[in-house]
Design a protein around this ligand. Structure first.
Ligand SMILES: C[S@@+](CC[C@H](N)C(=O)[O-])C[C@H]1O[C@@H](n2cnc3c(N)ncnc32)[C@H](O)[C@@H]1O
Length: 253
């Protein structure tokens, strides 16, 4: 059994935590959670005496220091990341420190805010005929984005697009997407704090999105979604998965 677990703590609603994630939080001696996005209620199941740390004000060295010290003392550590740790979770650098020290760890997936947002919008990201591709990206901020992945170039595909970490730059995002090739009327949405009680959903044509989002003062904890999947009524084709004539491994007749 590993002693350190990077756990996807979901998008906000504590019920959107996996069964494994919850069990490990219950067992952990030390819990370090990304309090800027993770709902503190996911720590409510911690055992009595567990040490709980918020990580938003800590540096990588401080977080790693807490983990290494706990491991030395034989403790089990739950490091809670927002959504799924595999997306913009900055776990690579945390894992590298543990690799260097020879400390075993495991990663437990979680429900990404992308999927919580799709659920709130009651939509499928991959609607047959409209898009079968999801681009997950961000606008360049302090973290650089490779030039081959500029929003403008990705927009040329006109696929379903989810833009993370960029709500404060909504005007630039929209300008890049329009320049890149999405028509101005392309359906778009911003989901603020998906799955939290104060969640807000803004739907608009791409050209009007920035104005609507700015008027509501949304600057963070929001996902920008763009693509025809947002208005699929009467335009999509049913997937062949449930087609009577489509035989596959689990349905031979
Ligand atoms: C550091 S990234 C972490 C993403 C996370 N690993 C995930 O899978 O959702 C933070 C960004 O994720 C998005 N985000 C996280 N939680 C959100 C939520 N509940 N609703 C909408 N967007 C959210 C926002 O774009 C935010 O700027």
């Amino acid at each position: 059994m590993a002693q350190v677990y990077f756990i996807g703590a979901g998008p906000g609603d504590p019920e959107l935590l996996t069964v494994r994630g919850r069990r490990l939080i219950e067992q952990a001696d030390v819990i370090i959670y990304a309090d800027s996005l993770v709902n503190p209620e996911v720590c409510a199941c911690a055992k009595e005496g567990a040490e709980v740390y918020r990580s938003s004000s800590l540096s990588l060295e401080q977080i790693s220091g807490l983990i290494i010290e706990a491991v030395k003392q034989g403790k089990v550590v739950a490091r809670l990341q927002s959504g799924d740790p595999g997306l913009y979770g900055a776990i690579q650098e945390q894992m590298a420190v543990l690799d260097e020290k020879g400390i075993e760890y495991q990663v437990v997936p979680g429900v990404s805010s992308l999927f919580a947002a799709a659920a709130s919008l009651k939509t499928e990201l991959t609607v047959p005929r409209l898009s079968q591709t999801v681009v997950i990206t961000r606008m360049e901020g302090r973290t650089p984005v490779p030039s081959s992945e500029s929003l403008r170039s990705l927009a040329a595909h006109r696929s379903t697009m989810a833009v993370f970490l960029s709500a404060s730059l909504i005007e630039e995002v929209v300008a890049e997407l329009l320049e890149g090739g999405y028509p101005p009327e392309t359906p778009a949405a911003v989901v603020y704090r998906a799955s939290w009680e104060d969640e807000m959903v803004v739907r608009a044509g791409l050209k009007d999105l920035a104005q609507r989002v700015k008027a509501l003062g949304i600057k963070r904890q929001a996902l920008i979604l763009v693509g025809d999947f947002l208005d699929s009524k009467g335009k999509s084709a049913p997937s062949r998965l449930y087609d009577r004539g489509f035989k596959h491994e689990f349905r031979s007749s």
